[in-house]
Structure formats: C-alpha cells, structure tokens
Design a protein around this ligand. Structure first.
Ligand SMILES: *Cc1c(COP(=O)(O)O)cnc(C)c1O
Length: 364
C-alpha cells in the first residue's frame, strides 16, 4: 500500500487544457475576463450578488475588515479554535483579535461572547463546514450593530438551512489553497449582497482606486488582484464541485459507518446527516483521547493524518495577548483530541476500508 496522504488537490486534463488554451490566447495573465467569469460562477453557486477574487483566504479577511471600516485598535471577536490565518488577518490591519471559546460543534460559543464598546465585528468560522449556531450569532451582531464576517474558507459546498454558508454575514470569505475542496494553488474570494461593501472591496483590492484605469486613489488600498491564469483553472474546478460534494459525503458516510461503534472515537454532529443537502464535511474529523498514539500508529501503516489546530491562545504569536485568567476548556479539549483522517477527493473505497480496518486494529 502506497502512503495515503491526508489531503491533496486534484487537477485533471481539463485544467491542463484550459491553461494551454489560455496561454495561446493573447491574455495578459493578470486579472481580467476569466477572473470575471470565475467570480460569476461563484456568485451563482453561492447565490450572492457580488463576488471578488483575491490572492488568498487570509488577505481576503483583512480586505473584508477594511471594507467594513475596521481599523487600528478596533476589536474583532473570533473563535479560539480556527486556522491561525483568521487571527492573523486582524493583526495585519492593526486591530485586536479577541478569542472566545467554542461550543461542542467547534463553533464560537454565543453565550461566551462579551461585546464591548470597541467591538466592531465578529468573524464566524464555519469550522469543517459546520454552522449550526449561525442564526444566534447573526442576531447578536444585528442587535449590537456590529459586522458579521464569515470565514467560510472550509465551507464551499456547505449549506445551513438550505442557504450557502458565507451568505449569512455581511461578507463571506473563501479560500482555494491546496487543501480546500477546489483549488487554484492559491486564491480567495469574497462574497456579499451589500452594494457599499462590494464597492469598498473592489477599491481596496485595487490600490484604493476610484475605478479601474483611473489614477485617482481615493482611499488606502493594496494590490490583491487575482490572475486569469489561475482563473481558468478555477473555472474548471467549479465545474467539478457538485460531483466532489457528492463524493465527500460518500467518503464521510463510509468512515462513519465503519468507525461509529468504536467507544473511544467520537464524531461531532451525530444528528446531522451529510446526505442531506446541508452540511458538507471538508475533512473527516474524529475526536479521541488516544489521538497522538493513533496518529503515530496510522503513520507507521502508511496513513497520513493531521492534528486539528492548536487553540489560538497557545500559539506563540498570541500567547502574550491573552489574559491568563481566560478559560478555553472546550477549544482545548477539541484541539487535544481532534484528528483529521485522509479526506481527499480521489480516495478509493478500498483505501477507506484499509484506513478504518487499521483504526479497528489499533483498538483491538
Ligand atoms: C485555509 C483557511 C484560511 C486561509 O486561507 P489561505 O487561502 O490559505 O490564506 C483561513 N481560515 C480558515 C478557516 C482556513 O481553513
């Protein structure tokens, strides 16, 4: 058995041909018509009015915050369990990230949020495609008149209440880095229905330019334009998305059915069936107190896994920012127990059976 990676992107002949066709056209490589076409495909898929492609799913969050008018020393609330990029995007613009513990689904716990006079926004992270408390958070933001930014980097293809994740907040953000469900190597997208925020995003990602071609720079901005060469890959990847959604759910079900009876392994969200239109698991995540030994055992058997993120308050960058009296029990627990099993789209049923049997052997 060859080594089974935890994750890898999948590109095919369609992407290859699209690149060659593009290079044979008289394109400029930089952002132009193909990027527009990809933005339209994402808008249509997510049912949002606007979509803007940017370099990646970290700068996308910073741009979204800038578009909301968030600046130095403003506070932005985020869950303590997320990819470090969520927090970094806040620090990058000089604002202050405030960490809040998560609930048993790994999502920011509404009951533990304290909104201060400096709080300007909440970034809601739909960790592994989940967003079971998004309505509570949305209401909290509306009641307090603060912005809601959805870091939906892991959630393309995931729905809640029949609505695409990323469309509940004022702005939604996606990533297309290599582990994500579709990839362009790197890339990010922002979606919104709000005309003013859309205009701000468009300006900020283009040096603060009033309109393209103009050299009037009316506000601060950066250069976060996409490239058409990546966009032609993205257009082909988008065509494959519906099939991938179906396959990911099959993969999840096969793992779940094989592993659900192991006492020491816990799945979150047992009552959510990924067969329904709604939840799409990005990665197959299991939680076990034997996490470190299990992951070593799997590695010895040629199976790659990845530990879930460290709690943010334990990351070196953020340790000193945090009041040591703050408690993050649930994030710490999920973080200590969470393991991502191989989850890429081309995983075969035989490979999944092999992985599950290896896990069963570990517990024998
Ligand atoms: C991947 C990811 C990001 C960062 O996206 P990049 O495109 O790699 O910069 C941000 N937030 C979450 C939750 C992610 O999973």
């Amino acid at each position: 058995m060859n080594f089974i990676q935890q994750m890898k992107p999948t590109f095919g002949n369609e992407e290859k041909k699209a690149c060659i066709d593009y290079m044979e056209s008289d394109g400029y490589i930089t952002e132009h018509k193909k990027t527009k076409e990809l933005e339209l495909a994402i808008s249509k898929f997510t049912n949002s009015k606007y979509c803007f492609m940017v370099n990646n799913g970290t700068i996308s969050l910073s741009i979204a915050l800038l578009a909301m008018g968030i600046t130095k020393n403003d506070e932005v609330i985020i869950p303590n369990l997320t990819m470090v990029a969520t927090a970094n995007s806040i620090l990058l613009i000089g604002a202050i990230p405030i960490f809040v513990d998560v609930d048993s689904d790994g999502l920011i716990d509404c009951k533990k949020i304290n909104i201060s006079k400096n709080t300007k926004a909440i970034i809601y992270v739909s960790l592994n495609g989940r967003s079971s408390n998004i309505y509570d958070i949305k209401k909290l933001c509306e009641d307090n008149r603060i912005f809601l930014l959805e870091d939906a980097a892991q959630s393309l293809g995931s729905y809640y209440d029949n609505r695409h994740v990323g469309t509940f907040g004022n702005i939604g953000s996606f990533s297309f880095s290599t582990p994500k469900i579709i990839s362009m190597g790197q890339g990010g997208a922002l979606i919104t229905d709000d005309d003013i925020l859309a205009n701000n995003i468009k300006r900020i990602k283009d040096f603060g330019r009033e309109k393209s071609g103009s050299d009037d720079f009316i506000t601060f901005g950066i250069n976060s334009k996409f490239t058409d060469l990546q966009a032609v890959i993205g257009i082909e990847q988008m065509k494959k998305l519906n099939k991938r959604i179906i396959r990911k759910k099959e993969i999840w079900n096969q793992y779940y059915n094989n592993l659900k009876d192991i006492d020491n392994i816990k799945f979150l969200n047992k009552n959510i069936n990924p067969d329904e239109k709604n939840w799409l698991p990005w990665f197959i995540d299991i939680y076990t107190t034997d996490r470190d030994e299990l992951s070593k055992y799997l590695y010895k058997n040629n199976i790659g896994t990845r530990k879930i993120y460290k709690s943010l308050h334990k990351e070196t960058t953020y340790k000193n920012l945090i009041n040591s009296n703050d408690k993050y029990h649930i994030s710490d627990n999920l973080s200590d127990c969470g393991l991502w099993l191989p989850s890429y789209i081309e995983l075969t049923n035989n490979e999944i059976d092999y992985i599950c049997n290896t896990i069963l052997n570990f517990y024998k």
